[in-house]
Design a protein around this ligand. Sequence first.
Ligand SMILES: Nc1ncnc2c1ncn2[C@@H]1O[C@H](COP(=O)(O)OP(=O)(O)OP(=O)(O)O)[C@@H](O)[C@H]1O
Length: 238
Amino acid sequence: MVNYYEQGEQIKDYSILDILGEGRYGIVYLAKNTKDEKCIIKLLKKDMLKKSKSKLFYEQEILKSLNSPKFPQFIEYLEIDNLPAYVLEYIPGIVFEDLLADDSYLFRKEQIFEIAIQLVEIISILQQNNIVHRDIRPPNVLIKENQDIVLIDFGLARYIDDKKYTKQVDYWYLGDFLIHLYYTSFYQDLELEERPWYEELDITEQEILFLKKLMGIEDSYTNIEEIQSDIMKLKIQD
Ligand SMILES: Nc1ncnc2c1ncn2[C@@H]1O[C@H](COP(=O)(O)OP(=O)(O)OP(=O)(O)O)[C@@H](O)[C@H]1O
């Protein structure tokens, strides 16, 4: 049984404003502190306590260690009804999942390159801290009003090793993310047979090669500098 908190209810020093999301593992609340500043409270579900231990551990550990405006700051650990919870900085903005759900929103190429540059910078900071996020998807990437990008939800993030948790996992997600953005300006003729993205999208050979390398379809990228340099070349050619 999940004990939901309602708007106006108090959890320790925080007053609940809204429920932002509910996953298998827990509930994400928007709340405000005693100074009236908004923040995020993540509360784990009881029946998921065993399974979610590692999710909780890594998300906390990793966010504590990252000190950059490109990620939400870890504020504090709480225990609520004997369940672990933690408080994170609230980032005002909109997640890409919501932008993509709005069919009228089209990403232009120069916007896609700007977003790609910021995401690569984010991956580069993660790599400097030996971290792979493993979930860089539209619900987990937020864009602020000033167009700065912030990566959230570190539940699957881990320390890089050379087996399961490789750098290439985040390169694959970056490629897939960018393809979602390219598809916003693709008109699907329902009469025609579906083709793979590299045939359907109106993109250059260089863009195809870049995306294929990110996704490991062609020779994979081995380092982030190479990716940075290829995006700059694409941007100049555009
Ligand atoms: N720091 C934050 N600032 C602003 N909004 C946030 C923040 N963290 C989460 N959100 C909002 O809450 C939603 C759910 O958050 P998040 O994806 O971290 O939860 P989760 O339950 O761990 O997700 P999942 O079930 O996908 O693992 C996000 O899509 C976003 O809209």
